[in-house]
Every structure is written in structure tokens, then in C-alpha cells.
Design a protein around this ligand. Structure first.
Ligand code: SF4
Ligand code: SF4
Length: 180
């Protein structure tokens, strides 16, 4: 499921919301605190001593909302979107956790990192990385390091949708098959 970033040509989030059905979102302690303060303790689940967004089995994250027929994160608007959600479908490590070292290696301005991409996301295209993908990986590493909060390339833009509905439909089928 996880491929080294050099196997990915491009990433575009289509706001399909499938990642928000798929995950139980792990939270950093400060994120759990801010979400609990804003929405109540019942939005936080503690499992095995770790904090997550509370989510019923088989249902979407409670913060997923529909706007103009597209699904999006309501926490994003108020600066509370968790880092785990900002990073998906990218996985950043200091070591080559999933092998294929050379293909996973990324030379960032602050050092070397190993980046993998979950190809179950319908927005992931396989192939030779384009320049946008390279900048997107850089942004994901910035977010992982905590030196950037704002997402420009690692999330959807309004322009994302036009003309891409057929692609979303096609790839969504694959992700649903992988999940269920
Ligand atoms: S395209 Fe990928 S990142 Fe965007 S909402 Fe769908 S599964 Fe999530
Ligand atoms: S917090 Fe936002 S991005 Fe994360 S799963 Fe919930 S709705 Fe999706």
C-alpha cells in the first residue's frame, strides 16, 4: 500500500472524504486539548493511552462536512486540522521504515528524510514525479517537522474539481474495495 515518493507522479486531493471514513485520527496531546476545549471532551477517544478523534465504527469523522456537494474538513477553517490529516497520504520518516531507501529518500533543506505515499488515496497518480509533487513532498516534510501549518499543496483547492469527476469515480472504487 505504501510506495516510495519517487513512484508517484502527482497528488491532487479531490475532497472525496474517504480518508475521513478510513482513519481513526491520532492526535497530539495539544491537538486533543484544543479540540476538547472547542467541541467538548466527547469528541476525544483515549485508546491504549493515546488520543484520537472520537469516531463511530463505519461512520465518517464528525468534523467532515459537505459544502457545495464536496466533502471537507470543518477543522481546517479554524486552524484545528490535526497534523495526521494534513499529512495523509504522505508518511514521513527519518529512517527508511518501509525499505526502498533510494526511492524513498528526499533531500530537504533541513536534512534527509524518507517519504512514502499511501496509494489507496484516489488523488495519488503513479509515475515519474513532476515538479508539483516534489514541492508537495517538501511541504509534507515541513508540516511533519512543525515548521509549517498552512497547507497549499497537500490539500484540495477550489480549482481541483473541474473535469476530474470521472477520475475520482474510477479511483474511489479501488479505495472502497481496499477498505471494506
Ligand atoms: S483525495 Fe485522498 S486526501 Fe483527498 S479526501 Fe480523498 S482520500 Fe482524502
Ligand atoms: S479531522 Fe478533518 S481531515 Fe481529519 S478525518 Fe476529520 S474531517 Fe477528515
Amino acid at each position: 500500500m505504501l510506495l516510495p515518493w519517487r513512484r508517484i507522479s502527482n497528488f491532487t486531493c479531490y475532497r472525496c472524504g474517504l480518508c475521513c471514513f478510513y482513519f481513526r485520527v491520532p492526535l497530539k496531546s495539544y491537538e486533543a486539548l484544543k479540540i476538547a476545549e472547542a467541541f467538548g471532551l466527547d469528541k476525544i477517544a483515549i485508546i491504549g493511552g493515546k488520543e484520537y478523534i472520537e469516531k463511530e465504527e463505519g461512520k465518517a469523522c464528525p468534523f467532515l462536512v459537505s459544502r457545495n456537494g464536496k466533502l471537507m474538513c470543518s477543522l481546517q477553517d479554524i486552524g484545528l486540522k490535526p497534523v495526521a490529516c494534513k499529512l495523509w497520504p504522505f508518511h514521513v520518516y527519518k529512517r527508511p521504515e518501509y525499505g526502498r531507501d533510494e526511492e524513498a529518500y528526499f533531500q530537504h533543506k533541513l536534512g534527509g528524510f524518507y517519504v512514502y505515499v499511501d496509494q489507496r488515496c484516489p488523488g495519488v497518480s503513479l509515475g515519474k514525479p513532476n515538479q508539483k509533487l516534489i514541492r508537495t513532498v517538501e511541504e509534507a516534510i515541513d508540516i511533519w517537522l512543525g515548521i509549517r501549518e498552512e497547507q497549499l499543496l497537500t490539500t484540495a483547492t477550489i480549482a481541483t474539481f473541474s473535469g476530474n469527476q470521472w477520475l475520482l469515480k474510477k479511483n474511489t472504487k479501488g479505495l472502497l474495495a481496499a477498505i471494506y
